[in-house]
Design a protein around this ligand. Structure first.
Ligand code: PMP
Length: 336
């Protein structure tokens, strides 16, 4: 039986499972380093990524602001996939969801979004952000053309950052007893890193906030005041060719660039050595966290790193040996 849209209550079982994710030490990968590396396991959220936090929070806020009417409204969003899955989960039984996604992203997250009932529109990857064909401008156009639409606009929506300021950040402070020497994360919209940074600052923490950026993205370069053009890279969901509104440079202390090969190797190591099957952006963040752990002065403390999503979302790409061979990723770990 199909339940008519709009008849289900806002507090679904999934909504009650968002957040409260474990923080686990990477004791094998981090062995011998002067600091502990602690991983925030965001892939354990109900629909499988850090974006569950913003999916549920933004919908709740938009309902409070009467921007959404259950059974009538359609959510429209541009996504690397995880926000689409999260919105579809948070909207279940209440709203229709249409997402746009660039052709760079692998097929696994598209299949998941379709499984959740979302409509997925693919857009070309190799166009500038200003192109009407870009995934963001396509989402804007669809929102304009769709009756009763709500364009989520995660790249500029302050409720995205607020979700992390109210939940992810305070959880990290509580789980570490406030002992955080550094916080490391990638940035897609910047919501995670900016929200956690604000929570840390508000709690009086002096933790270093460090961006993990894929080599080829412009974000790390722009933070240093550079003007290098962007290049394509394989890792999905982080970095980019424009600086999102939510990524306030004032909140960041440093940035590390990580190559695709290093990110992928780190994903394979996390799986083989820690039993954690996580996505490419987790590999990028952990690679940066290990570099920082080796360099950071001061007494032994905690470096917290975010694992945004799970590896099953990349079964057809990073975790497929033939995909890696075809793309030329044949480092020792990635050749296994
Ligand atoms: N990792 C992955 C796989 C993602 O999809 C995203 C979001 N696009 C992030 C990390 C970064 O999260 P944020 O948008 O909060 O910066």
């Amino acid at each position: 039986m199909t339940v008519p849209l709009g008849t289900l209550p806002a507090q679904s079982a999934a909504a009650r499972l968002v957040g409260g994710t474990p923080l686990v030490e990477l004791a094998t990968i981090g062995a011998g380093l002067p600091h502990r590396v602690l991983a925030k396991c965001e892939f354990l959220n109900p629909a499988g990524s850090v974006k569950d936090r913003i999916g549920h929070h933004i919908i709740r806020r938009a309902e409070e602001a009467r921007l959404l009417v259950p059974g009538l409204s359609t959510l429209v969003e541009a996504t690397a996939g995880n926000t689409g899955v999260a919105l579809a989960c948070a909207a279940a039984g209440r709203y229709r969801v249409i997402v746009t996604m660039s052709s760079k992203m692998g097929p696994d997250k598209e299949a998941m979004m379709r499984a959740w009932g979302a409509d997925v529109v693919r857009c070309p990857y190799d166009v500038p952000p200003t192109s009407p064909e870009s995934f963001i401008n396509t989402a804007r156009r669809i929102a304009d053309e769709t009756a009763h639409s709500y364009y989520v606009d995660q790249f500029a929506n302050p409720w995205n950052r607020e979700a992390h300021e109210l939940t992810t950040g305070p959880e990290i402070i509580e789980q570490t007893g406030g002992q955080v020497a550094a916080f490391v994360a990638g940035a897609g919209t910047g919501g995670t890193i900016a929200g956690v940074a604000r929570a840390l600052r508000a709690a009086g923490s002096r933790a270093r906030v460090v961006l993990a950026d894929p080599a080829g993205s412009i974000l790390a370069d722009r933070l240093r005041g550079g003007h290098e053009p962007g290049r394509g890279y394989a890792i999905e969901g982080i970095g980019g060719d424009f600086v999102p509104d939510l990524l306030d440079p004032q909140l960041l202390d440093d940035a590390y660039e990580v190559s695709d090969a290093e990110s992928i190797s780190m994903c394979l190591r996390l799986q083989a050595e820690e039993g954690l099957w996580v996505g490419g952006s987790s590999g990028t963040a952990v690679a940066a966290a290990l570099r920082l752990a080796a360099e950071l002065p001061g007494p032994r403390s905690n470096i917290v790193v975010v694992l945004p999503d799970g590896g099953s979302r990349y079964s057809s790409t990073l975790f497929d040996p033939s995909w890696r061979t075809h793309r030329g990723f044949t480092t020792k770990e990635s050749a296994r």
